[in-house]
Design a protein around this ligand. Structure first.
Ligand SMILES: Nc1ncnc2c1ncn2[C@@H]1O[C@H](COP(=O)(O)OP(=O)(O)OP(=O)(O)O)[C@@H](O)[C@H]1O
Ligand SMILES: [Mg+2]
Ligand SMILES: [Zn+2]
Length: 266
């Protein structure tokens, strides 16, 4: 297993709610295209558990899941779990300029070689009994309409409009995105098929009621999809953020669904 020794080689690139992502800034050329992902210190699931879940379960369900390498980390980072391990992954945003972050997506492009990356969290691709979970959640959290509805990514009638909104920086990307979304069996269709339409939080009153499948369903509702384009050509889809979810979060999940159901009625 690779051993990483120098903290100063790793510069914070981004953080989510559960992980820090660092960009490599050292002199080892074999690491120059990589990012290091460390768990935050409030997390109960370890990097080794994430690695096992990604390589033994998720990558068989979705071949687009990013390739990861488990590495030993000999330094400490502020705020991280500092458990001695990290995940090394390809840096999908390498050489990207014009980084634009939104609530639901980020578009990145470079003027020089016309490469673009879109980052999309599709969330709930199946409608719930109380409506579109994404739109209701967005209104509840931000008080405004979302920029786009991620369920439109799989709706042939809406694909043109959603492509215009997501790739407003480039007509080339709009065309390539639209073509990709119209293609059978694209990554959003397959994530949608993995999301169980019968899944709800009904009947969960304690930790004992939470099954492994509930946790898997929550993971499938929190993955990130990166789409890479070169000019007007679609290159690849890469799926990240496929961490196993801790059943200890059950009460938060139930509370959120309860709030959203109420919100949709009121
Ligand atoms: N392989 C990668 N290459 C480049 N950037 C990345 C990569 N993986 C993650 N990032 C960036 O880091 C951010 C946070 O990473 P990630 O989504 O894995 O963290 P998280 O804590 O699980 O987030 P969330 O709270 O959304 O679940 C991403 O939104 C993305 O912009
Ligand atoms: Mg995550
Ligand atoms: Zn919606």
């Amino acid at each position: 297993m690779k051993i990483l020794k120098h903290s100063e080689d790793w510069i914070l690139l981004a953080k989510g709610n559960a992980n820090y992502v660092y960009q490599y800034n050292g002199s080892d050329s074999s690491l120059s295209d990589k990012v290091l992902r460390l768990r935050m210190k409030n997390q109960t699931i370890t990097t080794e558990q994430v690695y096992k879940f990604m390589t033994e379960t998720m990558c068989h369900m979705l071949p687009e899941v990013v390739s990861v390498e488990l590495v030993q980390v000999e330094f400490m980072k502020e705020g991280a779990l500092n458990e001695g391990f990290g995940l090394l992954m390809p840096n999908i945003l390498k050489n990207m300029e014009n980084v634009k972050k939104g609530n639901y997506f980020a578009a990145y492009s470079t003027e020089l070689d016309d490469m673009s990356v879109l980052e999309i969290k599709p969330k709930w691709l199946i409608e719930t009994s109380y409506g579109c979970r994404n739109c209701i959640h967005h209104r509840h959290k931000h008080g405004v309409e979302p920029l786009f509805c991620s369920r439109d990514l799989t709706d042939r009638r809406k694909i043109h409009d959603v492509s215009l909104k997501l790739a407003h920086h480039s007509t080339n990307v709009q065309i390539a995105l639209e073509e990709y979304l119209l293609s059978e069996n694209n990554v959003f269709h397959r994530i949608m098929k993995l999301q169980d339409p019968e899944f709800t939080m009904n009947g969960i009153y304690s930790l004992r009621d939470v099954t492994e499948d509930h946790c898997l369903q929550m993971t499938l509702r929190d993955v990130t999809v990166f789409l890479r384009f070169d000019g007007s050509s679609f290159i690849e889809a890469v799926v990240t953020d496929v961490d196993p979810k801790s059943p200890l979060k059950w009460d938060k999940w139930v509370k959120t669904e309860h709030q959203l159901t109420k919100q949709s009625l009121g």
